[in-house]
Design a protein around this ligand. Structure first.
Ligand SMILES: Cc1cc2nc3c(=O)[nH]c(=O)nc-3n(C[C@H](O)[C@H](O)[C@H](O)COP(=O)(O)OP(=O)(O)OC[C@H]3O[C@@H](n4cnc5c(N)ncnc54)[C@H](O)[C@@H]3O)c2cc1C
Length: 407
């Protein structure tokens, strides 16, 4: 077993680490400051465009896409340590490299299931970082962790035109508040009464400017509006019409596409979470050596040693599991790595939430303030116990797989 990264990964890691130091970390404060002067907080600060141009110039672009026709052609194992590095600045670096969710999953869907026209119209500008996109599945009225519950209707137009009519309400649609988000991949039901509950759903492309699409409000995350992610919108479809040719894949194929989309998305989140944990450990250590209470630096308190040591052990464990999962996705496919993907999706957010929480504690009031990134990091990590499938859903499926061996 070889634990070393290959030459291409090492080269890209060195480049990316330098890019983070030179451009990304200094841009964090600049982006915040620029956002305060924007006409709308949902617009993109100019510094983000500058970061994107520089990343592209350096070849640090579309690294997430294993398909070498459209992306960098990296394996999951090669991409994992790079995504981890971007997780250290999760509100800027993934966007700078055109590797941010939900665009990544949407580009994968278009690359894998889109036809030539859809690729030209939507995939190409997404790959070029000219527009953003959103994925609209979750609905406020139904338990959406079970995607068969989705109620949004995608119906053939009754007037005989070659169009679908879309009616429904979605929420927590990431990225949708950003005006650069021009296209929604919408999951709904084309055959709500079909006998196979996993063939009732389809996906259609709905341009943002379609009449009948209402981006209603920004949902908050523990009070944060998540401007840098383009927010998480409630979106209502009031009989919005799109051509039938906007169907992605085939009618009834929506559920399967959603499953295919989530595998890579989950591991990308876990990779970035490890980077978030590393940032929290770094902040924790820096604060511990710099701050004195009751006559000695916090770094000399035994309890702080425990927090730091436990965090280091946990991160090393998680990284190994995530890298093993990446390797399995590369060697036996996403389906073959299903159990491992579930394992990392259960283990990573909760462990990282705990690590960030310790870093918050060590920072005292500063930890929950806006002057350190920890409070926002905590809120982001916490949402990943829900998004892309709540922990309990993965636990249920993993336990069933384990039990099957004994039945
Ligand atoms: C910040 C954020 C961003 C998001 N971005 C998007 C997006 O871009 N697009 C999109 O479509 N959705 C998005 N979501 C929605 C997310 O995917 C859903 O919240 C998630 O799938 C859970 O669905 P739900 O909220 O309807 O919870 P429900 O399905 O109502 O589940 C509630 C709880 O019930 C429990 N539960 C459910 N099933 C089981 C089970 N089998 N066993 C035991 N317990 C169970 C779990 O504890 C679960 O948390 C986002 C959510 C957040 C918080």
């Amino acid at each position: 077993m070889d634990f070393a990264f290959d030459a291409r990964t090492e080269e890209l890691r060195a480049k990316l680490l330098a890019f983070m130091d030179e451009y990304v970390y200094p841009a964090e404060a600049v982006a915040e400051e620029q956002r305060e002067r924007l006409a709308s907080p949902w617009d993109t600060p100019a510094v983000v465009g500058e970061l994107k141009a520089e990343a592209r110039r350096q070849g640090l672009w579309n690294l997430f896409l294993p398909d070498s026709e459209h992306g960098a052609g990296l394996t999951n194992l090669q991409y994992a340590p790079l995504a981890e590095i971007t997780g250290r600045s999760p509100h800027l670096a993934p966007t700078a490299l055109n590797c941010a969710a939900p665009d990544t999953g949407n580009m994968e869907v278009l690359a894998q299931f889109g036809d030539d026209r859809q690729k030209k119209q939507w995939l190409e500008p997404l790959l070029a970082g000219e527009i953003r996109s959103a994925f609209a599945m979750t609905e406020p009225e139904v338990a959406s962790s079970d995607a068969t519950n989705i109620t949004t209707l995608i119906e053939r137009a009754p007037d005989g035109t070659d169009e679908y009519v879309i009616t429904g309400r979605k929420w927590y649609i990431s990225g949708a508040m950003n005006p650069d988000c021009r296209i929604f991949i919408v999951m709904g039901k084309t055959d709500p009464d079909g006998s196979d509950i996993r063939r009732q759903q389809s996906m259609v492309l709905v341009p943002r400017d379609t009449p009948g699409v209402e981006v209603k409000r920004a949902m908050r995350v523990y009070g944060y509006e998540d401007h840098s992610h383009g927010g998480h919108a409630e979106v209502v479809f009031h009989g919005a019409r799109v051509p039938v040719s906007n169907l992605v894949g085939e009618e009834g194929g929506g559920f399967a596409i959603a499953q295919a989309r989530l595998g890579p998305g989950r591991i990308h989140h876990c990779m970035r979470l490890i980077g978030m944990a590393e940032r929290a450990i770094e902040l924790m250590c820096r604060r511990a050596v710099a701050r004195t209470a009751f006559g000695k630096p916090l770094a000399q308190q035994g309890v702080v040693h425990n927090w730091i040591a436990d965090a280091r052990v946990a991160v090393e464990q998680l990284r190994l599991l995530v890298l093993k999962t990446a390797w399995m996705m590369d060697t036996v496919g996403n389906k073959g790595a299903h159990a491992e993907i579930q394992a990392i999706k259960i283990a990573t957010p909760r462990t990282v939430v705990d690590i960030i929480d310790k870093a918050v504690q060590l920072h005292g009031a500063g930890g929950v303030s806006q002057d350190f990134p920890l409070a926002e990091l905590w809120a982001s990590a916490r949402t990943l116990k829900l998004a892309d499938g709540p922990d309990e859903v993965h636990q249920r499926s993993l336990a069933r797989r384990e039990l099957k061996k004994y039945v």
